[in-house]
Write a protein that binds this ligand. Sequence first.
Ligand SMILES: Nc1nc2c(ncn2[C@@H]2O[C@H](COP(=O)(O)OP(=O)(O)O)[C@@H](OP(=O)(O)OP(=O)(O)O)[C@H]2O)c(=O)[nH]1
Ligand SMILES: [Mn+2]
Length: 179
Amino acid sequence: MNSEAVLLLETVHFAAEKHRNQRRKDTEQTPYINHPIGVARILSHEGGVMDVEVLQAALLHDTVEDTDTSIAEIQATFGPVVARIVQEVTDDKSLPKQERKRQQVEHAPHCSPQAKLVKMADKLYNLRDLNRCTPVGWTAERVQEYFLWACEVVKGLRGTNSVLEEKLDELFKQRGVQL
Ligand SMILES: Nc1nc2c(ncn2[C@@H]2O[C@H](COP(=O)(O)OP(=O)(O)O)[C@@H](OP(=O)(O)OP(=O)(O)O)[C@H]2O)c(=O)[nH]1
Ligand SMILES: [Mn+2]
């Protein structure tokens, strides 16, 4: 087997262990790991992304934000490039939610191209998930607000991958969100 395939297996295993007790917010309580795997798969199968470090960062993208994982641990295990991408896509959870959301819009244009890819695939997955079913406790207004906010973030990520951008644009159009 080639070494990149082995690396991806090691990475998906690490992410699965870290997210092992987490579930998505849907009524079926889907295992959380379905999300990072799906984000990495959007990049490889839809975005044509072949850069293994970007695919690894996609698999790991919510570990630091949502589990006990540190950037130092990612760096020691997967190296500085993967660690830097994960750092770029990690929100500061000590900030109030509104401020975090505002910072994503503000920071998006300054991200590296690799981090922009992960952020776009993350938004694409989550928007599709919202179309599939409404998270427990969310109103239709909250769903629409997520679309509006995601559109503002995506505006700062443009010029990175035309396939993913077109798929995002189509979802925003269906929701009547202004590009
Ligand atoms: N659509 C959807 N999202 C779910 C579900 N379960 C968990 N999530 C996660 O919830 C986050 C969006 O919910 P919010 O209320 O806006 O954010 P919060 O979790 O940070 O409070 C996303 O985090 P994220 O991946 O870190 O992305 P981002 O929203 O910060 O960009 C998404 O992955 C689900 O069933 N459907
Ligand atoms: Mn995510």
